[in-house]
Write a protein that binds this ligand. Structure first.
Ligand code: E4P
Length: 214
């Protein structure tokens, strides 16, 4: 499973990429607003580090989305145009497929939405599991349904598990065979650690001191 970082913070991307485990980045308008930096500069700085950076269109109609899709795709070959799951978004996915522009369909909350986005030509679909959990539903059940559907057909569209909230989400996504998980920085930082690793290292070091003082 590929691991993406869900952020608009370039320093965070560089830090996690240095571990040798990062396959891409997902940004969204809220994350970009939080950082307060220039959008294009941010995306370009990330494109220099990872091969897949989602940049979201902000227009609501097909003409506007199409224009932004062409613009963002022209910035760098690592840009993936992020398009919301609306009927105007579906038209944009189809347009982008025709032009060879990679897309990520965002704000997927149901299996029919996932199927339509894939049929319209999305490179990636992003079901938001954490927000479903927040609303009292079971987000991971949606991933299971989508992966079951995908198992019956030769769909090229990759399933990206988005809106993850904790390490167990990443494990469950991998167990279901999802292609990608996007992970917030705070959650990513938890993934390498286990208390038994820390106490194990401490004990090895203490024992090694006895060897080296002989
Ligand atoms: C995905 O691409 C989105 O940026 C993200 O996962 C949204 O997560 P949130 O529900 O934590 O805002």
């Amino acid at each position: 499973m590929k691991l993406f970082l869900d952020t608009a913070n370039v320093a965070q991307v560089k830090e996690i990429a240095a571990w040798g485990v990062l396959d891409g980045v997902t940004t969204n308008p809220s994350l970009v607003a939080k950082e307060g930096k220039d959008f294009k500069e941010t995306v370009l700085a990330m494109c220099a580090v990872v091969p897949c950076v989602s940049a979201q269109v902000t227009a609501a109609d097909f003409e506007g989305m199409k224009k932004q899709a062409d613009e963002y795709a022209g910035w760098h070959k690592h840009v993936v145009v992020k398009v919301p799951m609306t009927t105007e978004g579906l038209k944009t996915l189809s347009y982008c497929r025709g032009k060879g522009i990679r897309t990520n369909t965002t704000l997927i909350f149901s299996a029919p939405q996932a199927l339509l986005a894939a049929k319209a030509g999305a490179t990636i679909i992003s079901p938001f599991i954490g927000r479903l959990d927040d609303a009292g539903e079971d987000g991971m059940t949606l991933i299971a349904e989508i992966m079951e559907m995908w198992g019956h057909y030769n769909l090229d569209t990759e399933v990206l598990v988005a809106s993850t909230r904790h390490p167990r989400h990443i494990v469950d996504a991998a167990r279901l065979g999802a292609h990608i998980s996007t992970v917030p920085y705070e959650v990513f930082k938890k993934l390498p650690y286990h208390p038994l690793t820390d106490t194990g290292i401490e004990k090895f070091m203490k024992d090694w001191e006895k060897v080296s003082s002989r």
